[in-house]
Design a protein around this ligand. Sequence first.
Ligand SMILES: C[S@@+](CC[C@H](N)C(=O)[O-])C[C@H]1O[C@@H](n2cnc3c(N)ncnc32)[C@H](O)[C@@H]1O
Ligand code: SF4
Length: 335
Amino acid sequence: MAFAENAQLGVAYGLSLVSYWAQKRPRPFSASFAVTNKCNLRCHYCNTPFLDPNDLPLDEVGVIFGKLRRMGVQRLGLLGGEPLVRRDLVDMISMAKRMGFYVSVNSNLNLYSRRPEAFDQVDLVMTSLDGDADHHRANRGEKSYDGVLEAIVDLRSRGKPLMAIAVVTENNLDQPEKLIQQAEELDFQIHFQPQCMDTDIVRGGIAEDLQDEELRRFWADLLVQKKRGRPIASSVAYLEAQSRWRDFRVSAFEDPGVRCAAGRGFLYVDPQGRAYPCAYTKGKCEPIDMLAGDWQEDWSGKTPCSTCNVGPMLEFNLLYTKPLSASLAALSRIT
Ligand SMILES: C[S@@+](CC[C@H](N)C(=O)[O-])C[C@H]1O[C@@H](n2cnc3c(N)ncnc32)[C@H](O)[C@@H]1O
Ligand code: SF4
């Protein structure tokens, strides 16, 4: 990433942090926009393809991007569903880049070979990799591995920064070493996240015979690998929190006295333009219509939970609750 882009992200995060600590108006520095709920796959743990299939037209997406930019958002994550099923994805990315966002795109990459140019302007590609072909398919379905490794190799040969997300389930507890080795060979980062449950965008749950103790050991082992300098994107603080998580069947709960940074540091906008503090809170609180309303003015400031182990949310939250260690970790990744 260019120095200027790093600096812009740092400034946006810093301003957001100040407003979070001073309990001023919410000033998120990062937003996720689900460009569509539609998807070419049906992963066992994901409910997105079964949600509202209506997408906003590009001009209305542009109105929302403009509002996000004006409230201070610098980092824009485009996800889904599967973003590559939207024909105007390239136009959307170009629009976001013209507006000055740092843009990441989460894609399963199965459709990559049809439109590799879709990623030309993307700053960070995020994909899904749950293990070798068999283990990946066990979590994500028969055709889910098709073209993924080829796409990763191509993207890396084009110099695109890439992070793979592995969702930890009973099917892939023995897969981290293979995934980490693959990340070393193909030169990408890997982030591990627990299977989260009990919200609109997910389905299913952890196998009944899988014990919390086994999962805690899994995360503690990953922490050891992280400290050895393996290419694990998940932060040390995040891995420590996962290795202490009490009940992996409860992804989030209200903990009196604990503040969550969702809505203040980051937010989520669904494909119909409804904004929530984070993706996990969809269906659990009243959204703000981003076309008609104003997040900073209209949001109640309340989240339905305050503590969670949901992959991206926990990492984002740590940026606000442990800013020093999070900033040093980020610095060590880019220097
Ligand atoms: C919703 S997907 C969207 C992007 C794209 N379709 C993909 O699969 O990479 C974003 C990430 O969330 C992960 N995910 C889906 N359901 C999940 C769950 N129940 N718990 C944790 N992560 C989940 C997916 O594996 C993926 O890496
Ligand atoms: S995780 Fe991604 S690829 Fe799988 S069903 Fe959900 S949106 Fe589609």
